[in-house]
Design a protein around this ligand. Structure first.
Ligand code: NAP
Length: 316
């Protein structure tokens, strides 16, 4: 099969085409013929070696963790799928090597789900990683409940696009940070309040909009944004970051909770997400479509941190 690989850590120029054996699904695995993947910041981070201490890496290494395509074949013992079924998956494995910038990928069946029937596969490819991350942050780590207030940072990004919608599905009030040019977009996703973090420090705006503080901060930015978020979490509330591990002793001192989430594959949650999409309660993020061969350019744009929604890469 054709795949875009890197043979060593480095810049986007390290990406090149390679011909590799088409993977064979092992027991319990599904072989997916990819129609599309989508770009996430983790790809340039892996490419540059930032995750080298967190996971074993092997070269040649195929980047990419989002998959949408059709079932090509099934390993021994897999039930519930048939060849030709449209599926989507978040394809992180214990070792980083066989990703989704390729014609085929294998994944344990429990991580794979039927793609939403009302979306083209290229839109489905924009969903798994950001959908599962938002699900696991809001519903698992934060335990978000109806009537609570959530501050979602970077509402216009891939994560924000799903997090805003899932928080609204849960019945929360949503405040989100975004540049002014993205306010119509984040409102179209359901955000109740859009805060222009460029025009003023966001914490002041949050205090005006939610004087008692918020129940949940979803930190998809880290650094100074996380540091400035602590004062707006109300007592007993929670700050969940997916970027920088929050300081637990600071959280304790402030009387709030804090957590860090690294998204895990989960086919069951992808099935629930697909049901929400099919019911019209969640839509795909805004996305731009490029070809897989344009991945280097797509990663550079993603690295600059102002893509609205997602960049999808079509395959084949
Ligand atoms: N731990 C995990 O499991 C996990 C999972 C997924 C992602 N992540 C991490 O989470 C972060 C976000 O991921 P993503 O996929 O959403 O990235 P993304 O789509 O590239 O985010 C881009 C968005 O961030 C917004 N933004 C940039 N700086 C901002 C700031 N200071 N305040 C508010 N918004 C800002 C931009 O909106 P404006 O143009 O309006 O500023 C842009 O739309 C990345 O660091 C990623 O690696 C971690």
């Amino acid at each position: 099969m054709k795949a875009l690989v890197i043979d060593e850590f480095g810049g986007a120029d390290k990406l090149h085409w390679a011909e590799l054996p088409t993977p064979v699904p092992g027991a319990g695995e599904v072989l997916i013929k990819l129609a599309a993947t989508s770009v996430n910041p983790v790809e340039w981070k892996i490419r540059e070696g930032y995750l080298a201490k967190a996971f074993p890496h092997r070269f040649p290494l195929i980047l990419g963790w989002d998959a949408a395509g059709t079932v090509a074949s099934l390993g021994e013992g897999v039930t519930g799928f048939r060849p030709g079924d449209a599926v989507y998956a978040y394809c992180r494995k214990p070792e980083i090597q066989w990703g989704t910038y390729a014609e085929y990928v294998t994944m344990p069946a429990e991580a794979v789900a039927a793609a939403p029937r009302n979306l083209p596969l290229e839109a489905a490819a924009a969903l798994p990683l950001v959908g599962l991350t938002s699900w696991q942050v809001l519903f698992e780590a934060a335990g978000l409940r109806a009537g609570q207030t959530a501050l979602i940072h970077a509402g216009a990004g891939g994560i924000g696009s799903l997090a805003i919608q899932l928080a609204k599905v849960r019945g929360a009030r949503v405040l989100t940070t975004a540049r002014a040019e993205n306010h119509d977009y984040v409102r179209s996703l359901g955000a109740d309040e859009a805060i222009d973090y460029v025009a003023e420090p966001f914490a002041g705006a949050v205090r005006r909009l939610a004087p008692e503080g918020v129940d949940v901060v979803f930190d998809a930015v880290g650094g100074q944004t996380q540091a400035d978020s602590w004062p707006v979490v109300q007592k007993g509330g929670i700050l969940v970051s997916i970027v920088d591990r929050p300081d637990q002793s600071l959280a304790e001192k402030l009387g709030v909770r804090a957590a860090y989430v690294f998204v895990a594959p989960n086919g069951g949650q992808l099935r629930e997400l697909a049901a929400l999409v099919e019911a019209g309660k969640v839509k795909a993020p805004a996305y731009e479509v490029l070809a897989l061969g344009e991945a280097a350019q797509a990663q550079e744009r993603n690295r600059a941190r102002h893509v609205r929604g997602k960049i999808v890469l079509t395959i084949g």
